[in-house]
Ligand binder design. Structure first.
Ligand SMILES: *Cc1c(COP(=O)(O)O)cnc(C)c1O
Length: 317
């Protein structure tokens, strides 16, 4: 590392915490991983990205990497990949797309346009253990440049990676990764894909998107529900349930009281043993529910039940 200048990298403020984690582990430092502001839907603002790149250059740093997110963890937002790719080209930066959550949408010809521009990435992460329903864990990392994983990770351990094996050793993946003994995680994905096929996956993904539209439409017509992002961009539906006693309060007081509603409703759901939905606060927003529809077994009846359950529990708060 002795000759390396002060590297810095960029990701949106709504990106997954693992990007900062990687900056810490690699020695770049979390302070040199810059959070780019997002718009009201949670998408990275490209102009803000370019401004920050120019600023860090002026300060003598060496920008090298941008991680755009395709399907953010909380809001399910799609960063504008083409615009970010243009910026990366202009400044000669590595363009990574974190499609851990959103990658599965590529299997739907009807919805894959959300990831337009991902084909320009230098690298992509995609977790089949999320939207594609593979059992934990099954994470894929794609690198455009052929041979790069070998060049960076190869340690040539003689006891494992002999070059004179009786088959084509380019299929051995062991020396392309940092890790040593690991499960063959890709095997279950291969089996699933063989069994469902492209058409099966297409139906599966489209079905989840349809359920999301259904749920969104239902809560819009149900009194007390308010969407945080309207309409949702992906399978993440973020919403509040506002009990009658809070509906006519002034904004500041409503916000303060609303902060406590989602945690209380969730606790009660768990106590009843009926269902569980995660919640979280964000910047100026009080705690809201973050509902993710990714389980293949979910039906419209389950969603109707959930909507009614929240009303039943929250109505008298
Ligand atoms: C879940 C998620 C990750 C983390 O992936 P793991 O393989 O579970 O560590 C990274 N990025 C995004 C956008 C995610 O949603």
């Amino acid at each position: 590392m002795s000759d390396v200048p002060t590297l810095c990298c960029f990701t949106s403020e709504d990106s997954h915490y693992s990007i900062k984690g990687a900056a810490a582990v690699t020695g770049i430092g979390t302070d040199n991983c810059f959070n780019i502001p997002t718009d009201s839907k949670g998408r990275m603002i490209p102009e803000a990205l370019e401004m920050q790149i120019i600023k860090t250059k002026k300060q003598g740093m060496h920008p090298f990497f941008v991680s755009a997110t395709a399907g953010t963890t909380v809001y399910g937002a799609w960063d504008p990949l083409h615009q970010i790719a243009d910026i990366c080209e202009r400044h000669h930066l590595w363009f990574h797309v974190d499609a851990a959550w959103g990658g599965g949408l590529l299997l739907s010809p009807e919805h894959r346009h959300c990831l337009a521009g991902i084909e320009r990435a230098n690298s992509v992460t995609w977790n089949p253990h999320k939207l594609m329903g593979a059992l934990l864990q099954c994470s894929a990392c794609f690198i455009r440049q052929d041979g790069l994983l070998f060049q960076t990770n190869q340690m040539s351990a003689d006891y494992l990676f002999q070059q004179d094996k009786p088959y084509d050793v380019s299929f051995d993946t062991g020396d392309k990764a940092m890790q040593c003994g690991r499960h063959n995680d890709i095997f279950k994905l291969w089996l699933m894909w063989r069994s469902k096929g492209m058409e099966g996956y297409r139906r599966q993904i489209n079905h989840l998107m349809d359920l999301t539209s259904y749920f969104t439409a239902r809560i819009k017509e149900t009194e007390g529900y308010e969407l945080v992002v309207n309409p949702p961009e992906f399978l993440n539906i973020c919403f509040w349930y506002v009990p009658p006693s809070l509906r006519h309060l002034d904004p500041a007081e409503k916000k303060a009281r609303l902060e406590k509603i989602a945690p209380k409703i969730k606790a009660k759901m768990m106590e009843r043993g009926t269902t569980m939905v995660g919640y979280q606060p964000d910047k100026q927003r009080p705690n809201f529910f973050r509902m993710i529809i990714s389980n293949q077994a979910i039906t419209r009846q389950d969603l109707d039940f959930l909507i009614q359950e929240i009303v039943d529990i929250g109505r008298t708060m």
